[in-house]
Design a protein around this ligand. Structure first.
Ligand code: PLP
Length: 480
């Protein structure tokens, strides 16, 4: 492709993307054919000959037609499922730029700007969400081991923090084969998955090294039960090594107390705080209560790619003990040796992650942070929380619906008073209407019985109160 052709197609594509976003308001949120629809629209074998101008016309028509009519439109303002997956125009521009430069920032030496923009942006973000200096490069505290990076996902951060914890245990002379890990029974599945990858569990149900701790009646990890589990494991000769607290549980948005957890978790046990979705709310001071005690956590992560206007993928991960992390993940073959690394003067982000190669994700984060500024980001989050509070009020006033869990920020969990079948029926009617999209979970009621719950996650880039009002009208209509 010639540079001129690239320029021409690039303009066309940017226009197309802008039109796609503008058209989302009027488009069904969910519209797909049966499995195999897209496969059937593509030839089974790739042609031998190279593409021509017509090939581009065909491919763009394919995207405009088959692809977009077989998507769940996560950027629709009436998408309330799972969790938000914010795109923004500054974020998209950052992605384009990263693709255009396409450097591999695996080492400082392989593109110093990629590393240093990321260091600065994670420091800015730490400050923006109220993390103590110990998690930053700029003011790393007495041990000088703070800092952050951008991972692809919270799941990756969970895994690397577990591996760092295991490395630290090993260095302290503990038997890592006896290591045990802990999280709430409502914690995200990525915790069990990390334990499986790390060889601590033979499968998702293997609880020999993985303890999923009971919760209280608002779905927070029961710290006393955690303390008992740790003491029992120590008594049995096991080695408690890693605890994950969740700040904003996936199903209910409940918040584990870091203070309470640290009260029962010895200092030598690595404490990770997973704030994947809800962490975005920390840009507002009034929500910082959720990380009270974070100065005694060893690592923290949250996903700007969920609710903070930064295109997927962007998970910010910070630690107060990067030395343990780097020692756990560092292998230095001859072909990566360089004078900057050897002088110990630089951060080599390949040592903070599983793969070697890494994208220049910090560009999109920098664009978002500098474009919106602190106040813009706070306004984004506050508008959604206000809309969620409005919806909660409607639910409280309604005879047909009830809250299934207390609202924390912008996730509203509700169900039909009539029971699970009614809730399921309403959800299916909403989703098949194409006028909005919500998803579900199971949560225990006061008597401990698991019930089917609709999760309304309010946080789309284009989602406003009016869309939440439309959703409520639709819910009431579907319930009749
Ligand atoms: N942790 C929590 C608390 C979540 O809610 C989610 C979201 O689904 C995840 C982890 C997984 O996030 P990711 O897709 O970034 O791995």
């Amino acid at each position: 492709m010639s540079p001129d052709e690239f320029r021409r197609l690039g303009h066309f594509l940017i226009d197309w993307i802008a039109d796609y976003h503008a058209g989302l308001e009027g488009r069904a949120v969910q519209s797909f054919g049966p499995p195999g629809t897209v496969l059937a629209a593509m030839p089974q074998r790739l042609a031998e000959e190279a593409g021509t101008g017509d090939t581009w016309k065909e491919m763009l028509a394919f995207v405009d037609g088959t692809v977009t009519s077989n998507l769940l439109h996560w950027q629709s303002p009436r998408f309330f499922g799972y969790f938000p997956c914010n795109a923004s125009f500054p974020g998209i521009l950052g992605e384009i730029l990263a693709a255009g430069l396409n450097v591999n920032g695996m080492l400082w030496a392989t593109s110093p700007a990629a590393t240093e923009v990321e260091m600065r942006c994670t420091d800015w973000m730490a400050d923006l969400i109220g993390l103590p200096g110990e998690f930053t490069f700029e003011n790393p505290g007495a041990n000088g081991q703070g800092g952050g990076c951008i991972a692809g996902t919270a799941s990756e951060s969970t895994l690397v923090s577990l591996l760092a914890a295991r490395g630290r245990l090993r260095e302290r002379g503990s038997d890592v084969h006896a290591m045990t890990v802990y999280a709430s029974r409502h914690a995200h599945s990525s915790i069990v998955k990390a334990a499986m990858i790390a060889g601590l569990a033979d499968g998702p149900e293997d609880r020999r090294r993985v303890r999923l701790i009971e919760c209280d009646d608002v779905h927070r990890m029961d710290a006393d039960a955690l303390g008992r589990a740790i003491r029992a494991d120590v008594a049995a000769g096991l080695v408690p090594g890693w605890v994950c607290a969740t700040i904003g549980m996936t199903s209910s948005e409940s918040v584990d107390s870091l203070v309470e957890i640290r009260r029962v978790v010895p200092e030598e046990v690595w404490l990770h705080a997973d704030a994947a979705f809800t962490g975005a709310a920390l840009v507002c001071e009034e929500h910082r209560w959720m990380i009270e005690g974070v100065e005694r956590a060893d690592s923290v992560c949250f996903n700007p790619h969920k609710w903070l206007l930064t295109n997927f993928d962007c998970d910010c991960f910070w630690t107060r003990d990067r030395a343990s992390l780097v020692r756990a993940l560092s292998v230095l073959p001859e072909y990566l040796r360089n004078s900057a690394t050897e002088a110990g003067a630089v951060v080599d982000y390949r040592d903070w992650q599983i793969p070697l190669g890494r994208r220049f994700r910090a560009l999109k984060l920098m664009f978002v942070l500098r474009h919106y500024g602190r106040e813009g980001l706070r306004a984004h989050v506050r508008a959604h929380i206000a809309a969620a509070a409005w919806l909660e009020q409607q639910v409280h006033a309604s005879e047909y619906f009830e809250m299934a869990s207390p609202r924390v920020t912008s996730l509203v969990c509700l169900c039909c008073a009539e029971g699970d079948d009614a809730t399921r029926r309403v959800m299916e009617a909403i989703n098949s209407s194409g006028r909005a999209f919500v998803s579900h979970t199971m949560l225990p009621d006061e008597s401990g019985r698991e019930r089917f719950v609709m999760r309304v996650a309010i946080g789309g880039t284009a989602t406003r109160l009016e869309h939440v009002k439309e959703l409520w009208a639709l819910m009431c209509e579907c319930a009749r």
